[in-house]
Design a protein around this ligand. Structure first.
Ligand code: SF4
Length: 327
């Protein structure tokens, strides 16, 4: 069912690709991102500190001051770089807006690139730092903050959080959804194409938010005659908001039971029993999601269910990524 589409373009903190751009001349290459995800993605690397003109190697930077609104400073000299970084980020984000990005992976804990929980130090002279108490884990890297302000609904994650299987699957699913949405827009949004997109994403959206799916359905039903740009903007906002809600075991179970409804009359008593048992085992976290989904895909093929064959939920991303092998 996977259809050939353009490769996903994904922004990424440059050091995660193995580029030696860190303050100490090193890198933070992430093997899963580069070697596995990299088979499906074209990366757009960004190193804020180097691109705004700092050398490699360089004195390290850090966030200091008000935890709610910290400043970016050079640790050794105290030189403040906040406005310089924000001005650069504003221009860089204007370029990135033309890159058709489907998401961004940030380097965790960086005062420039960290997405959350970056250390914010007390604003005291360096020799008093040890006595000043622990830093607050409340900061956001200055570039990351500007990026998320410029693209508020674009999927973003940090490489550290991608080690969590559920967060990883959620992020990857979202970037594939974004890729399909961008592909639709590139062909021109028509009522027919929107209905098809919405229909094929029904189960996937329901696994995140049934409420959003219903609201999107009302929008699609009333879309003829609407201004195209307004329709695209409203649908995109609902779509990206919906899939940003984490899919849970309970939500997946509801969707799996919904899918079983399509087979009610076709399955033999044995097949029905097996499916019920497998879904129940998933619900109790005894088997990963891939198990009921594989069985459902088997019946979709066996009983030639064209509606379900078109559902992205049953194959939302390449199997090789092994994203549904967790409970
Ligand atoms: S964390 Fe960000 S600023 Fe630091 S080296 Fe990596 S890309 Fe550059």
């Amino acid at each position: 069912m996977q259809e050939a589409t353009a490769r996903i373009r994904l922004g990424i903190s440059s050091c995660l690709l193995g580029n030696k751009v860190r303050f100490d001349g090193g890198h933070k290459r992430d093997a899963w991102i580069v070697d596995t995800l990299g088979k499906y993605v074209d990366f757009v690397p960004v190193c804020p500190e180097v691109e705004m003109g700092l050398p490699v190697p360089r004195n390290s930077l850090r966030l200091v001051g008000d935890p709610a609104n910290p400043r970016l400073v050079v640790q050794k000299t105290g030189e403040e770089l906040t406005m310089r970084m924000r001005t650069w980020a504003h221009e860089r984000n204007a370029q990135l807006a033309r890159e058709e990005l489907c998401g961004f992976i940030f380097k965790r804990a960086s005062p420039s690139s960290g997405m959350e929980r970056v250390k914010v130090y007390r604003d005291v002279p360096e020799e008093q730092t040890a006595k000043a108490g622990p830093p607050a884990l409340s900061g956001v890297g200055v570039f990351a903050a500007e990026f998320m302000r410029a693209f508020p609904l674009l999927p973003v994650e940090e490489e550290g959080r991608l080690n969590d299987p559920a967060l990883r699957e959620n992020f990857i699913e979202r970037i594939f959804v974004m890729q399909r949405w961008r592909a639709l827009l590139s062909h021109g949004l028509t009522a027919g194409r929107l209905v098809e997109f919405h229909t094929r994403h029904k189960l996937l959206i329901m696994s995140h938010s049934v409420e959003h799916y219903r609201e999107m359905g009302r929008l699609v039903a009333a879309c003829s005659g609407m201004d195209g740009a307004e329709l695209a903007g409203t649908y995109q906002t609902l779509l990206l908001t919906a899939v940003s809600r984490l899919a849970t075991v309970k939500k997946h179970t509801n969707v799996l039971q919904h899918v079983m409804g399509y087979f009610k009359k076709k399955l033999s008593p044995d097949e029905k029993q097996e499916l019920l048992e497998v879904v129940a085992a998933y619900h109790e976290s005894l088997v990963p999601l891939i198990v009921p989904v594989t069985l459902l895909n088997h019946y979709v093929r066996k009983y030639n269910e064209p509606y379900l064959q078109g559902q992205w939920y049953l194959q939302p991303h390449p199997l090789e990524l092994k994203l549904r092998n967790h409970s």
